[in-house]
Ligand binder design. Structure first.
Ligand code: ATP
Ligand code: MG
Length: 324
């Protein structure tokens, strides 16, 4: 398979990103051709993005990804804006994209809600995302569930381009992880996300006591009785526990919940303990990498490899549409 996926340098890497996407990125790189992109053009749609922060976040995110196991020897890791072909293909693909389709995107509606100034980039975001994927003729995209609608649109764009100008792009398929949608611990009705603020995510590299605070104060429910259905907050804690703890431990807690004798404090303490076990090696690798100053070289080499492919594909695109 030819794999492409991206992540925005808009803040810390969190458990939703990790279990929803990055863990699959790592697994896939062993047997596939993988291209992983830090999508800084996308991050500009974020009204509060400051130039210095953006520069800083890109580097930090590259380090985080490498600490999670993205291996630059196996995969191409690069920053989107180092390959300006993304922007050119975005424009061309915009001309085979339906306005009505864009207007239906739920992420746009959600992110635009409550903002005073809604920039056009936010509306056009899914076209750039389609360009990111199609520029490398990728056929599979490991993502969280929130991206399925965008991916469906990328398929429609590919189809419409192929129909109008000639067969070129594969229709990319999603690869979902075991937990396609992890919820916020502070508000289990919303997905865990960087843009709702730090209380709504657990960062992989956060101080241990901060992680404990967020788990300790996670929303549950009051007055558990035998046979009671699981509230969304408790279900989310179980989802996390399943990701990090042995099956017997999860089962024990399930039985206790069903019997109405589960103490949420015990559940939270156990979750915290197992989660830290999973995070510890990642955090250690992150500290090691920090001292090495490898990241710039890795990203430059990645951009060069990516650009070679991008140039070739764009050349074919330009010829097909009549620009060359
Ligand atoms: P933002 O709030 O800035 O959009 P984000 O937290 O949604 O940030 P992205 O960079 O948009 O992060 O997404 C990176 C990847 O992580 C995508 O594949 C996305 O589907 C996945 N992802 C993000 N949040 C979750 C979540 N809560 N559960 C599962 N996957 C998620
Ligand atoms: Mg997002």
């Amino acid at each position: 398979m030819r794999i492409f996926s991206g992540i925005q340098p808009t803040g810390e890497l969190h458990l939703g990103n990790y279990f929803g996407a990055i863990r699959q990125w790592v697994e896939l790189q062993h047997e596939n051709f993988c291209i992983y992109c830090i999508v800084d053009y996308h991050a500009l749609t974020n009204e509060s993005a400051k130039p210095e922060e953006l520069r800083h976040n890109r580097k930090e995110l590259a380090l985080d990804l490498m600490a999670c196991g993205i291996d630059p020897e196996k995969s191409i890791l690069f920053v989107q804006s180092a390959v300006p072909e993304h922007a050119e293909l975005c424009w061309i693909l915009g001309c085979v994209t339906s306005f009505g389709d864009l207007a239906r995107m739920t992420q746009f509606k959600e992110k635009a809600k409550g903002q005073q100034f809604v920039n056009g980039g936010l509306f056009y975001y899914p076209v750039l995302q389609a360009a990111d994927i199609l520029l490398y003729l990728a056929d599979h995209v490991p993502v969280g569930e929130d991206q399925l609608q965008h991916l469906e649109l990328a398929r429609r764009i590919a189809r419409r381009f192929n129909w109008r100008f000639g067969e070129l792009f594969p229709e990319p398929e999603p690869i979902l992880g075991k937990v396609p949608r992890l919820m916020s611990l502070a508000d289990p009705a919303r997905k865990m996300s960087k843009s709702y603020g730090p209380d709504h995510y657990i960062g992989l590299m956060e101080p241990e006591q901060e992680i404990w605070r967020k788990i300790r104060t996670a929303v549950t429910d009051v007055g558990l009785t035998p046979g009671q259905a699981m509230s969304p907050g408790v279900a989310n804690l179980f989802t996390l526990l399943e990701l990090v703890a042995p099956a017997e431990v999860v089962e024990e807690f399930r039985v206790a919940h069903a019997a109405g004798r589960l103490l949420y404090k015990d559940l939270k303490e156990t979750l915290f303990r197992y989660l830290m076990e999973i995070l510890r090696p990642v955090r250690e690798r992150r500290r090691e990498l920090e001292g090495k100053e490898v990241v710039e070289e890795v990203l430059a080499a990645g951009a060069e490899k990516a650009r070679k492919i991008a140039r070739q594909v764009l050349k074919e695109v330009r010829a097909l549409v009549g620009l060359d």
